[in-house]
Design a protein. Structure first.
Length: 306
């Protein structure tokens, strides 16, 4: 297997932090995403390389194995297990494999000798089966897109995968797609695919779990006298009855008008509305006189109640 320098693909060196790896991956993934470069075959290939690099370096355990074993990192567990069973010391092994740190090692011949001379064989002469590498991908969506269950086609590791995305999936949530990772070795099972959702919110609603929150402007006269008003919810408009003398900052709950509950069809969170009472401006002279009259009457009423 040819050595692939995953650090170089992400434009990093071996001392890069987990945060550096995550930032580099997101930046390059956006730049080379196939959806943004539909007619560029090289961008698709680059995108696959970036994903593969992140799948390894973005996982602390895989990164540790990669740093130690280089191109043979996928067999690290088998090597450690076999070495423990045979109590065979690692010292004395020689070979070559170069990575970004500048050191050289090569474990390929050693793996062959551990599992038999024919490539990867155990003591019984049968080929050892290895599960394929698990893959990780990040899917960018808008909040509106996850309000309803829908299908999406993804390209991962050169394969097109038709995926059903349930309504209500949350930002940062990871789901597992069994058997859609890298191919297994010697007839072993395929690895799994882990998809992490990155959900952007470009709406006026704030989401917290299954509930939504929104501020609504309420005119001064309706706040004082009460009445009806039409407001936006996530899936349409509704009429609200406003009680007389509604104060600024008053909250009301619209049951079942929030976000869908993940994998619980027909269930929704609630929508919480906060009224922002707007004081009238650009009053006419007559309107000002009316407010002055109201103020005088209010003072008289307050005085008589003492």
């Amino acid at each position: 297997m040819e050595y692939i320098d995953y650090y170089k693909i992400l434009g990093l060196d071996k001392s890069a932090s987990d945060s550096d790896i995550k930032k580099a991956f997101r930046k390059l993934a956006r730049k080379h995403h196939p959806d943004l470069n539909p007619n560029d075959a090289s961008a698709k290939k680059k995108f696959q390389e970036i994903n593969e690099a992140n799948e390894v370096l973005g996982d602390p355990e895989k990164r540790k194995q990669y740093d130690k074993y280089g191109k043979d990192w996928k067999h690290a567990k088998e090597f450690e297990r076999a070495r423990g069973q045979r109590q065979q010391p690692f010292e004395g092994f020689s070979g070559r494999q170069q990575y970004s740190g500048g050191e050289e090692h090569d474990f390929s011949d050693f793996f062959e000798s551990m599992f038999g001379g024919g490539g990867s064989r155990n003591r019984g002469g049968r080929q050892a089966k290895f599960k394929g590498q698990d893959l990780n991908a990040e899917l960018h969506l808008d909040l509106k897109e996850v309000y309803e269950t829908h299908k999406r086609t993804l390209t991962v590791n050169g394969r097109s995968i038709r995926l059903t995305i349930p309504a209500g999936v949350e930002n940062g949530q990871t789901i597992k797609i069994p058997g859609h990772g890298a191919d297994g070795m010697n007839g072993g099972p395929n690895g799994d695919l882990y998809i992490t959702f990155n959900i952007a919110n470009h709406t006026k609603f704030k989401r917290e779990g299954n509930n939504l929150y929104s501020d609504v402007d309420l005119d001064f006269y309706t706040a004082v006298l009460g009445g009806e008003m039409t407001i936006d919810t996530f899936d349409g408009k509704v009429k609200l009855t406003v009680k007389p003398e509604t104060q600024n900052g008053t909250k009301v709950k619209l049951k079942g008008k929030g976000f869908p509950v993940y994998k619980r069809e027909g269930e929704f969170g609630d929508l919480y509305i906060t009224y922002q009472v707007k004081i009238p401006t650009n009053l006419s002279q007559k309107e000002k006189e009316l407010f002055r009259e109201l103020a005088k009457n209010k003072k008289k009423t307050d005085s008589s109640s003492l």
